[in-house]
Write a protein of this length. Structure first.
Length: 401
């Protein structure tokens, strides 16, 4: 094997390893929710816990929208490295916060700073990784991006497993420490890679005199926003739901979160594998109904049966699995005049939904006096709205230019 091929193989390994580590880093904060809300540890209220993710969502939106322009000036490699360093700083702050967890104001300020860095890291790193993966395999872009996102999903599933192990050892902070070490190693290794492929932003197609955003974009954007609400209700609140509703241990709560993210990953692979037999548009119309059923099941599960609660989150993970990738794929094929920027725009709306669900649950509980099971049941309405909107998203329509 010549040096060029060996160098590219190292770059490919670097990018896909980064996706896995980014997935673990992203879910580190939700995975530690039992510690963050435990009165003996940080003692955050549900409102404070949800508020942690507001700066993360804001910065993820801003950095994902700004990233394309910055990549054209600085190059993909520099943006990717900046994202990794922001992730590393987030993990370092989370570890530092453990030393002052009982100093409530100081600890919470550090946590907010940490999630701010996590938003920057996610917004810079993930688009750069997708750009590089597509450039490495120009003839197999769909498969390359699928594998990348599957590894990202695998990382999100591993984080709750790791936190359960470290909780058993009595050192929960071992997870952010481990992720920090991996990120540092990845940064040092990445410095030696070229990572130039994909650094140049592909030129946008001419707009034929039109600079306005096509009206159809807002349908896709609304779908991404509602999806963000549904995913985050499971991804950020599953562990606390298990703890509050079933009085589950922190380890069992972590298993429920791992089950959700594991099914998200498995579902993506499954629906890609059966694409020849089950049309993508049918999948997009069916999965929101699965999410709605999962929310209803979560609300109705008896407090004495935590196993059914975990199964409900598994069902939710299957429902969430393919929706966002399919939405981005449909929009890029149809909205050809803004194909280069549509993915970033949809990710931004997805993050708005993320922020609404991450922060909104705590105030909603305080305002209505409802428990999480009632809120889960109510969110089924959001999933049903998503199902209705899927009909508009998947309706037959040719490329718009």
């Amino acid at each position: 094997m010549d040096n060029g091929k060996m160098a590219q193989r190292r770059e490919i390994i670097t990018v896909y390893a980064a996706a896995l580590i980014q997935g673990v880093a992203l879910v580190t904060f939700p995975a530690a929710s039992a510690v963050l809300t435990n009165p003996k540890d940080y003692g955050l209220s549900n409102t404070e816990y949800g508020g942690m993710f507001v700066p993360q969502a804001i910065m993820a939106i801003a950095s994902s929208l700004l990233g394309a322009g910055l990549r054209s000036r600085l190059g993909t490699k520099r943006i990717y490295l900046l994202g990794l360093l922001a992730n590393l700083l987030a993990m370092a702050m989370l570890v530092v916060s453990s030393f002052v967890m009982r100093e409530h104001t100081m600890a919470y300020g550090i946590l907010l700073s940490a999630t701010t860095c996590m938003g920057i890291g996610f917004g810079f790193t993930v688009p750069a990784l997708n750009t590089l993966a597509a450039a490495f395999f120009p003839k197999r872009v769909d498969k390359a991006v699928l594998v990348l996102n599957a590894l990202l999903g695998l990382g999100t599933a591993l984080a709750p497993v790791f936190i359960a192990v470290f909780l058993g050892l009595g050192i929960w902070w071992g997870l952010p420490l481990l992720v920090g070490v991996l990120l540092l190693g990845l940064v040092l290794f990445s410095f030696g890679q070229a990572l130039k492929e994909g650094a140049k932003t592909q030129p946008t197609q001419p707009h034929k005199g039109k600079n306005e955003i096509p009206a159809r974009f807002w349908i896709f954007a609304a779908f991404a926003l509602l999806y963000g609400v549904c995913e985050t209700m499971n991804g950020n609140w599953a562990a606390l739901f298990m703890k509050n509703h079933f009085s589950a241990s922190a380890s069992l709560a972590s298993i429920s979160l791992a089950t959700f993210w594991g099914m998200v990953t498995a579902g993506r692979i499954l629906f890609a594998a059966i694409e020849k037999w089950v049309p993508e548009k049918m999948v997009c119309r069916f999965l929101p109904l699965v999410i709605a059923a999962a929310f209803v099941a979560s609300a109705c599960v008896p407090k004495s049966n935590s196993s059914l609660g975990i199964l409900a989150f598994a069902l939710a993970g299957l429902g969430c699995s393919a929706l966002l990738p399919l939405t981005i794929s449909f929009s890029q094929k149809e909205l050809t005049t803004i194909a280069a920027s549509v993915a970033g725009g949809l990710i931004a709306f997805y993050q708005i939904g993320y922020g609404l669900a991450a922060f909104g649950v705590g105030p909603l509980q305080s305002w209505t006096g409802s428990d999480l099971s009632a809120i889960y049941g109510g969110t089924a309405v959001v999933a049903l709205t998503l199902a209705a909107l899927s009909l508009a998203v998947t309706r037959e329509s040719g490329p718009r230019d």
